[in-house]
Structure formats: structure tokens, C-alpha cells
Ligand binder design. Structure first.
Ligand code: GDP
Length: 435
């Protein structure tokens, strides 16, 4: 029986910054993996010529289990502290990292940003065209407001636990976070060594100048977001699985409302037979049966009468009735262009990532260019918009998708626009025309 509150943590940062090592070590320290397993993984890493990757394999092990098929806790690793139950959302080494980051972060309550303190390493990752900045911007757009910044590899020979190096990185990253919109009150900076274990769960003796929280303390100081239990049930579907002897299991995070067993549910979009009665048979998280799925829970649930082909990733689950989730015809949104090589005109048709859905949408109209801060109109019906500009636009999805206004249900109302794998714009939904 789970009683402690549950928080989801998204871990992000550049490749090789030490995400897997840090997470693996943290989970080990919190007793989720035993010494024998760690020794085994270290031996395995050694055998594969990657001796320093022992802890990283804790994360990769879950990945391996996942690829075998039926595990429904998709990209998840869990650990508990005295205060909360956590789920770490990450798939280290994923090739299409941005896409992965979008679906992962869209489910997170708090982010851990890992940057390396290595000379040149931080500069390459954070300053010169590295992806860290883009990830941070995406995280903010996706609703993340609390971040723990871990300055990793403080044990590196050239860094040698230098307070000056830590402070320099801290001010550089702070400046950027502030520019994006983060309130620094909700951001903490911790100098760590994920590999050796400094400042993860115990204060490091090698950095007596650091008086702040350990990673564990920082996680336990997170303010849990309010969980919208009163709102209509909405679960954007992340995965659909055929499980032998059980049937169809779908996974996702409950964004609002409460999922209960033996109730009639529906999906939008849904391609099954219209009158089929879909019912929730059982709910679980991390292989533990739950009596209900609350907002913020990453769950898997078994649905009676659902067939594999009836829904796809990005469908939204809700209760049957007047307030059921619905497909939209088009929607009006406020967008900010951040990285488009030319200009965006009517007819442009990039990919929109909204909750777990990924769908091509056409710019049907550019209604007006507006001032980013005040919202005042600058130009009605402009012929194009370009980088740095903010506009109200009308978007028409090319295939069925369920969205809602940002004001009504934020996780279903914010999106990222991508083209050729690059994030070109971000936006929030102002109004929806339903079918
Ligand atoms: P990821 O790609 O961000 O998940 O990074 P990994 O966790 O796979 O680590 C990449 C490399 O950095 C590995 O060789 C790790 O052993 C090394 N590494 C990770 N954390 C530390 C650290 O705290 N100190 C040092 N010196 N090396 C580290």
C-alpha cells in the first residue's frame, strides 16, 4: 500500500555529463539496489571495457528489462526517501533525446539538471552549441518549475573540488535559468561527484566550503505540486502493451481526476467499435496493485474489451459522458518562434508535440503578432513570423488529436513545434474547436 506522496523526477543534461552514474549511485545509496548487484554490474562493465560505468548500468539494466517487453513502468526507476516515493524518468543514451525528453519531462514534477564541471566540458555542453540550454528551455515550456542543478565531476583532477569553479558555473547557469523564466528561489545548485558519491546523500568532506543541501535533502525539500483530483479524468497514453494472460495494458501519467477500477472509460482518438464498453480491470504502478490512480501517478492499467489497434500513443483516456475527452478540429494558440532558419508562413506544417501525442499541424492562420510580455497586438494578419516573435495562430492537426486549453488543463494545453528534429517554436493553447 503506497501512502507517501509520489514525485516524478526528470533527469537531463548533456551526454556524458554523468546522468546515469549519478542516478545509479543515488538509487544504490538509498538501498534500492544491493551491493551484490552493484558488484555484478561493475564486473559486467569491466568485461565490456567500460569499468567506470558500474553505476550507470543500474539505469541501463532497467532499460534492458524494458526492451524484453512486458514491463509497464516504461522509462522508470523508483526510490523512496523518508518523505516521498520517487520515480526517475529517463532513458540514458536514447538517440532521439529531444523527443524522449519531451515525453519524459512532460510527466515530471521536478528536474535534475546535470552539468559537468570538467574544464572545457561545461563550456562545450552549456555554452557552445551544446544541447543543455535547449533542454532547459523545453523543461520550462513543459511546465517544470523546480530544478536541482548538480554540478558533477567535482572530483575531476583539474577541478579538484574547486569552489571557484563551482561558483562560476553556478552564476553562468543561474543567469540563463533566470532569462528563461525560472524563479531562482525554486532552483538549487549542488556540487557533486556522482561517481564517488559526494553530496548525494551525505555531505562531502572534500568540499567543506559548501553549506547547502545534499541531492537527497534537495529532493525532499521540493514542494509537491497541487494534484487536480477534482478535475475531469485525463490520462495521455504513453504506451500500449499486449500482455499474455492479461490482455491490453496501457500506461501513462494521470494528469487530472482519479482513475478507478470497474468504471467505464473512453479514449480520444479511438478507432474501435463505437458501442464497446471499455472498463478498467486493474491499476498498478511499479508492479504494485493500486486501488486508484491519482494525479501525478505513473500507472499502467488493464482495460477490458480494448483491442491493441483501437488506440495509439497520445490518445487521452477519460470517463464516458458529457465531460469525456474529445478530438479537436483545430485550435488557437500563442506561439513563440525560437529557432526557425527562415520565417513561418501560412501553410507551414511542422510536427507538434503535445502531451504524449506527436502530430503534424498546419498553420491555417497567423491571426496577429503580439508583444511577448504585454500581449498587446503589434500587427494583425502578418504575412510571416520569425525568431523571437510571438503570435496568435490557428493550427489544424492533420490527424486526430485531443487537446485542451492551457488554462483548463495545462499538461494538455502546452506544446512544442519541431521541424527536422529541431525545436522551432513553443506554445500554449488558448481555445479549441471540437469536432
Ligand atoms: P550520461 O551519458 O550523462 O548518462 O553519463 P554517464 O553516467 O554514462 O557517465 C559518462 C562518463 O563520465 C563515465 O565514464 C562515468 O564514469 C564518468 N563520470 C560520471 N560521473 C562522474 C563523476 O562524478 N566523476 C568523474 N570523474 N567521472 C564521472
Amino acid at each position: 500500500m503506497i501512502t507517501k506522496q509520489h514525485l516524478s523526477v526528470a533527469v537531463f543534461g548533456d551526454v556524458d555529463s554523468g546522468k546515469s552514474t549519478t542516478c545509479g549511485h543515488l538509487v544504490f545509496k538509498l538501498g534500492e539496489v544491493n551491493q551484490r548487484k552493484i558488484d555484478e554490474l561493475k564486473a559486467l562493465a569491466e568485461k565490456e571495457g567500460k569499468s567506470s560505468f558500474g553505476f550507470a548500468y543500474v539505469m541501463d539494466r532497467t532499460k534492458a528489462e524494458r526492451s524484453r517487453g512486458i514491463t509497464i513502468d516504461v522509462t522508470m526507476l523508483k526510490f523512496n526517501t523518508n518523505k516521498y516515493n520517487y520515480t526517475i524518468i529517463d532513458t540514458p543514451g536514447h538517440k532521439d533525446f529531444v523527443k524522449n525528453m519531451i515525453t519524459g519531462t512532460a510527466q515530471a514534477d521536478v528536474g535534475i539538471l546535470i552539468v559537468t564541471a570538467e574544464k572545457g566540458g561545461f563550456e562545450a555542453g552549456f555554452c557552445q552549441g551544446g544541447q543543455t540550454k535547449e533542454h532547459v528551455l523545453l523543461a520550462y515550456t513543459l511546465g517544470l518549475r523546480q530544478i536541482i542543478v548538480c554540478v558533477n565531476k567535482m572530483d575531476d583532477k583539474l577541478v579538484n573540488f574547486s569552489e571557484e569553479r563551482f561558483e562560476n558555473i553556478k552564476s553562468e547557469v543561474s543567469l540563463y535559468l533566470q532569462k528563461i523564466g525560472f524563479n531562482l528561489k525554486n532552483v538549487s545548485f549542488i556540487p557533486i561527484s556522482g561517481y564517488i558519491g559526494h553530496n548525494l546523500t551525505e555531505k562531502s568532506e572534500s568540499m567543506p566550503w559548501y553549506k547547502g543541501n545534499t541531492v537527497l535533502e534537495a529532493l525532499d525539500s521540493v514542494t509537491p505540486p497541487t494534484r487536480p483530483v477534482e478535475k475531469d479524468l485525463r490520462i495521455p497514453i504513453q504506451g500500449i502493451y499486449k500482455v499474455d494472460g492479461i490482455g491490453i495494458v496501457v500506461s501513462g501519467r494521470v494528469e487530472s481526476g482519479v482513475l478507478q477500477t470497474n468504471k467505464s472509460i473512453c479514449f480520444a482518438p479511438y478507432e474501435g467499435k463505437a458501442n464497446t464498453k471499455l472498463e478498467v480491470r486493474s491499476i498498478e504502478a511499479h508492479h504494485t496493485k493500486l486501488s486508484e490512480g491519482m494525479p501525478g501517478d505513473n500507472i499502467g492499467f488493464n482495460v477490458k474489451n480494448l483491442e491493441y489497434k483501437d488506440i495509439s500513443k497520445g490518445a487521452v483516456c477519460g470517463y464516458v459522458g458529457e465531460r469525456a475527452p474529445r478530438e479537436c478540429e483545430s485550435f488557437e494558440a500563442q506561439v513563440i518562434v525560437i529557432n526557425h532558419p527562415g520565417s513561418i508562413k501560412k501553410g507551414y506544417c511542422p510536427v507538434v508535440n503535445v502531451h504524449q501525442a506527436s502530430v503534424s499541424c498546419e498553420f491555417e492562420e497567423i491571426v496577429k503578432k503580439i508583444d511577448r510580455k504585454t500581449g498587446a497586438s503589434i500587427e494583425e494578419n502578418p504575412s510571416f513570423i520569425k525568431n523571437g516573435e510571438c503570435a496568435i495562430v490557428k493550427l489544424k492537426p492533420r490527424k486526430a488529436v485531443c487537446v485542451e486549453t492551457f488554462a483548463n488543463n495545462a499538461p494538455l494545453g502546452r506544446f512544442i513545434i519541431r521541424d527536422m528534429k529541431v525545436v522551432v517554436a513553443i506554445g500554449i493553447i488558448k481555445s479549441v474547436n471540437y469536432k
